[in-house]
Ligand binder design. Sequence first.
Ligand code: NAP
Length: 247
Amino acid sequence: MKIDLTGEIALVTGASRGIGQGIALELGQAGAYIIGTATTDEGANNIKQFLTKHNITGEGQQLNVMEADSITNLIANIAKHNPSILVNNAAITRDTLLMRMSEQEWDEVINANLTSIYRLSKACLRAMMKARHGRIINISSIVGLTGNAGQTNYSATKAGIIAFSKSLAREVGSRNITVNTVAPGFIETDMTNGFSEDQRAVTLQHIPLKRAGLPNDVANAVVFLASNLANYITGETLHINGGMYMS
Ligand code: NAP
């Protein structure tokens, strides 16, 4: 069965690179109108160029998910394009052992990765509820299930996203809105390219499929959850990790 998202409007945060760019590309190629965000105007322009190059209709927008006003401005800017698909993808890391972690490093990660999802979901839900149709897809991480030394802040947000999604799924299911989570494993992006060769080799030992994932491995799961094929799936977490973690 071919997936067709024509008529859908997808807001993808952090679409300038990595997994978010892959998600914007795959959703766009399936026919959705894409609103992709970057933290700078230059990044937003690059997203527009990227979409045009791939014959995708859509736009780039500037957004800092850490600022409530920035989210309010975004929603105002895209007023005539109410998202029917929201992909909460943007996230940051501030990795360090807990004993060295400052309150600022803790707060920034909670704000960027978790509070942002509360704000963006709330901002997009009004129109979805009115339309009695919507998809919210939140990007978590394998470390939200396994934990990871040096990432107490980041992994706490990624576990929180799963519980947030399950709870919201129960609140809005009667309006035909689904809320699901995608939990990637080790994916080749800027977030992981700082890994040393040793870290990479150790990580690959734990992946039955013996390779790192690519952004489109994650994007394909997002397209599935956004499509009619996933009409009866909500509150679920899809693990895209080559078998590194099996629930
Ligand atoms: P990435 O390459 O570091 O890209 C991060 C994206 O988020 C960029 O588009 C960036 O925009 C945007 N962003 C950063 N801070 C932002 C802010 N304050 N407001 C709005 N946007 C912001 O990340 P990635 O590896 O693609 O990760 C994407 C998602 O997958 C994240 O939720 C991450 O936690 C999750 N994940 C990744 C992996 C992995 O192995 N890579 C594994 C598990 C989960 P700019 O370009 O403008 O900076």
